[in-house]
Design a protein around this ligand. Structure first.
Ligand code: C2E
Ligand code: MG
Ligand code: MG
Ligand code: MG
Length: 276
């Protein structure tokens, strides 16, 4: 124990811990109901800008939760909690169904958008996961090229043999695989030799302050070059300014995503960007 803490500090600290535990408990408990309700969960979509033709051809689906009493809860808060439980399977299935409906809706509207959907590492440990995705796409009559799966670098690094087989099956069927939050795994890059991925998404930690100096630029430049030499398409996440976008264009980055081009938005707003 730290002798500098007064008794009062300890009480405050334990009250705060208590509140955090309660909130976590509530979130997990209520997420079950959110999945069953038809109006608490919804998706926003964040467009990506293809720098070679200045078009939006792909959008990322991001889950949102309007809690009945707590208000909007960020996925950065609830997804990691859900990921540690068996509810993660239902969450991913819910997102998958919504993405499939949305792709079909957009395509009917003449809006040729691809959707990139986030999955959790533990999804790949579920037996039959790859087959579930492929069957769902097939039943809805959607070609696999309209669908991309994003998996974080840390989820890939801690993969099992079984997980890698499922990724391979998805890739073999034509689903695009993206390595999300690239550069944050604090790991060797040896996994790049074996993971069947097509896209690398450079984490926004490296991107958001690009215009602030040559050091940040040197890091991003090296990442883009390396990933492209290995055959990946490169998307820079978290682009918040025109200068950053222009820098990324100069070094030949393939696509950008970020508040500067567009915030995550309701589906109908993306269609307008894509058809322009
Ligand atoms: P991510 O997949 O890396 O998504 C990017 C996050 O960065 C999103 O936060 C997005 O709103 C935010 N972002 C985009 N552009 C900018 C920018 O220019 N500046 C800044 N500061 N932020 C930007 P969001 O929507 O809160 O999602 C957080 C994380 O939650 C996601 O990170 C992803 O890991 C997870 N997540 C979201 N939806 C899902 C889902 O449907 N399934 C799973 N498994 N995870 C999800
Ligand atoms: Mg993502
Ligand atoms: Mg990311
Ligand atoms: Mg992230």
């Amino acid at each position: 124990q730290d002798a500098r803490h007064t008794g009062e500090d300890v009480v405050l600290y334990s009250q705060q811990l208590d509140a955090e535990h309660r909130r976590r408990f509530t979130i997990l408990h209520d997420f079950r109901q959110a999945l069953d309700s038809d109006n608490q969960l919804y998706l926003h979509f964040q467009p990506r800008l293809n720098l070679s033709n200045n078009k939006c051809q792909s959008v990322e689906a991001l889950i949102r939760w309007q809690h009945p009493t707590l208000g909007v809860i960020s996925p950065a808060e609830f997804v990691p909690l859900v990921e540690n439980t068996s509810l993660v399977r239902e969450m991913t299935d819910w997102v998958l169904q919504r993405c499939i409906e949305q792709i079909n809706l957009w395509h009917q509207q003449g809006c040729s958008l691809q959707i990139a959907m986030n999955i959790s590492g533990s999804n790949l440990d579920e037996a039959g996961f790859a087959q579930r995705i492929l069957s769902a796409l097939q039943e809805a009559g959607i070609e696999t090229r309209w669908f991309e799966l994003e998996l974080t670098e840390s989820a890939i690094v801690s993969h099992s043999k079984q997980a890698m087989k499922q990724l391979q099956a998805l890739a073999d069927a034509g689903v695009s695989i993206a390595i999300d939050d690239f550069g944050t795994g604090y790991n060797t890059l040896t996994y790049l030799q074996e993971v069947p991925a097509h896209v690398v998404k450079i984490d926004r930690a490296f991107v958001f302050n690009l215009e602030q100096g040559p050091r940040n630029q040197a890091i991003v430049n090296a990442m883009v070059n390396m990933a492209q030499k290995l055959g990946y398409r490169v998307v820079a996440e978290g682009v918040e300014s025109e200068q950053s976008c222009e820098y990324l264009r100069t070094i030949g980055c393939d696509e950008i995503q970020g508040y500067w081009y567009s915030k995550p938005s309701p589906a109908n707003e993306c269609c307008a960007l894509a058809t322009n």
